[in-house]
Design a protein around this ligand. Structure first.
Ligand SMILES: Nc1ncnc2c1ncn2[C@@H]1O[C@H](COP(=O)(O)OP(=O)(O)OP(=O)(O)O)[C@@H](O)[C@H]1O
Ligand SMILES: [Mg+2]
Length: 312
């Protein structure tokens, strides 16, 4: 459905994106990841037709986006890095305006606006000035404008940046809800977001592709490298930390939050490591509250982006 073919974007002599190619199938949710300055925003601007690449092409449903930009723009809902909202407009009026801009027929404007307001839960602020609503609501207004006219494709540039954890969760739920109805590319720094919402991940660095893989194959990679166990206890003590470090296979133990211990372990080391850890915590009377083993995309991400550096 979306084909990105060898795009390069140069700012002066520097490439923000270099020879990048990938494709996205209908209905897929793809996480677009990369450190600051990797070229995510630039790529998204090119896919949405807001920026012209120095070379290369983007096709949507087989058509070059530059051939009929208006037609293509109707197929795409775009949430830019900075939500394109006019602070001195009322939420509702702004959405009416966007609907008209996207050539929504006059008689359908109201039902379209009502439907997105409901989708992104903007009812309580729809008659307020954009200037006066919270950042989370502004972000939702940004999402609402992307969703108006029900586009097949959604391109979301860091949809949860700057939001508090509750708002992040709400946006994440919204994305899960939109899954299946749209083809989605979302960029983010938050790796758990990719784990929560995406089928596949594309990682870029310095404008180039580092990897594109399904989440399950990344998970597999992770399980072949290291395991990460997190234990919440009532009382952290040096004695407990020492005891845990002595367990065979445990490579490191650190206190990550007030009462949470993070353990990293060798993946080859048997299946009952969790049990041994739990036993030790109980034996030391530390009060086991919670124990879980997590797949950390962060590890994979760091590994992939630094491996890449070594290759250069
Ligand atoms: N208008 C511009 N003029 C010159 N250089 C630019 C311009 N816009 C972006 N760049 C450069 O292009 C590179 C890629 O930027 P881009 O904004 O696409 O990265 P990003 O992955 O979205 O980063 P972030 O995670 O910080 O949003 C960066 O090195 C950036 O400094
Ligand atoms: Mg960006």
């Amino acid at each position: 459905m979306i084909e990105v073919n060898k795009i390069t974007k140069k700012y002066g002599s520097r490439s923000a994106v270099e020879d990048l190619s990938f494709s996205v199938q209908k209905g897929e949710v793809v996480g677009f990841l990369g450190p600051n300055g990797a070229g995510k925003t630039t790529t998204m601007k090119i896919i949405t037709g807001y920026m012209v690449p120095t070379s290369g092409e983007v096709k949507i449903d087989g058509e070059d986006i530059l051939e009929d930009p208006l037609k293509i723009k109707k197929k795409i809902g775009y949430l830019p890095e900075v939500p394109p909202v006019y602070s001195d407009m009322y939420v509702e009026d702004y959405l009416y305006y966007v609907a008209r801009l996207k050539s929504c027929p006059k008689e359908k404007v109201k039902s379209q606006v009502d439907s997105v307001v409901e989708k992104v839960a903007l009812q309580e602020v729809r008659r307020r000035l954009i200037h006066n609503i919270s950042k989370g609501f502004k972000q939702r207004v940004g999402l609402a404008q992307a969703l108006i006219a029900d586009p097949e494709i959604l391109i979301l540039d860091e949809p949860t940046v700057g939001l508090d954890p509750n708002q992040v969760l709400e946006i994440r739920n919204l994305i899960s809800y939109l899954r299946g109805q749209h083809t989605i590319i979302l960029s983010t720094h938050i790796l758990s977001e990719v784990q929560a919402s995406c089928d596949r991940v594309i990682i870029i660095k310095e404008g180039r592709m580092v990897t594109q893989e399904s989440l399950s194959s990344l998970r597999e990679k992770q399980s072949q490298s290291r395991r990460r166990i997190s234990v919440r206890v009532r009382n952290v003590s040096d004695d407990l930390i020492r005891a845990l470090r002595r367990i065979r296979g445990i490579e490191d133990v650190s206190v990550s939050q007030h009462s949470v211990l993070s353990l990293s372990a060798d993946a080859d080391n048997g299946g009952n490591l969790n049990e041994e850890v739990a036993k030790k915590v109980i034996e030391k009377g530390a009060g086991l509250v919670e124990l879980n083993e997590s797949f950390s995309l962060e590890d994979v991400f760091l590994k992939l982006t630094s491996d890449n550096e070594q290759k250069r």
